[in-house]
Design a protein around this ligand. Sequence first.
Ligand code: NAD
Ligand code: ZN
Length: 351
Amino acid sequence: MKGLAMLKIGEIGWIEKENPKCGPMDAICKPIALAPCTSDVHTVWEGAIGERENMILGHEAVGEIVEVGNLVKDFKVGDKVIVPAITPDWNSIEAQNGFPMHSGGMLAGWKFSNFKDGVFSEYFHVNDADGNLALLPEGVDPAAACMLSDMMPTGFHGAELADIQYGDSVLVIGIGPVGLMAVAGANLKGASHLYAVGSRPNCIEIAKEYGATDIINYKEGSIVEQIMSKTKGKGVDKVIIAGGTVDTFAEAVTVLKPGGIIGNINYLGEGEFVKIPRLEWGVGMGHKTIVGGLMLGGRLRMEKLVSLLETSKIDTSKLVTHTFQGFDKLEEALLLMKDKPRDLIKPVVLI
Ligand code: NAD
Ligand code: ZN
């Protein structure tokens, strides 16, 4: 089979591999819709998780099942499924402890394009099919559903990590596709003033549609000054970080009220340390919590998220700005994600 792979750090290319084998609890799928991710860019061009040779990329897919293991109960050949980026081992100790995304070790629930071949392939393997796949409901567009693999669960996890409560004032730093989903998630959870930091016109427009009340352009002055001026020096209850760098935490801590929470979902691809400003952190006693997490993954989450699409509570198709037809267009779509033209939010390849 053919797949688009990371050949080594900084280099991608098409390769041929043997078809994946299906274990008793697993499924083999062929793709219907695929999306490249900023995380693929960190992995290949920043070498952020270290060297990987000839590893097929991609972790965002809607697919069709072509084979199931003999212990799989709820799925059959021909089913159209949403495939989460994170596919935990649900019988692991870490999953029993409430952190399935770390099943088998820190971040090890993230298997596609990390520890095993990803979904940018004619066929791909899904572990624990009953625990990880969700049926694509009739009438849900595969391109919109592809945003459920990673963008929506990651953005929404930001709102969970920050523990948004009714009426909270919330700052979302970075409004690429993940940050836009964080805006939507925070809004659903009851944020009042919802400040979104971004500069690209189409992202700003969609952030407003998803519930942002104020836009902060980080290119027009410091986030701290702008937030402090808008909140009359009080700061915000919660911050979700979905863009920026290791230096973004200092700004987030500074604008956070005592008792506030920062939920980070940004993948820190570069820099050795995250610095926390001592005074602004209440000299260590400010009750300012910082949490960072990988999205949850798994079947239940996918089923619940897709129910938000079915009931039109969220429209993820707004994120899809570029659509390609045909498996061979994957490379073009991934390179577009790397180059990030200003009008790009998310490309999807339909097969
Ligand atoms: P993106 O690059 O499209 O969006 C990031 C946004 O942050 C951009 O709009 C950019 O302009 C903005 N930004 C950059 N520097 C900034 C600064 N100093 N202050 C404020 N904003 C700034 O990326 P994305 O696809 O939305 O993904 C966001 C991050 O989430 C990436 O690092 C990605 O790898 C990561 N991610 C994490 C998970 C997870 O499970 N935690 C899953 C998927 C993606
Ligand atoms: Zn992703």
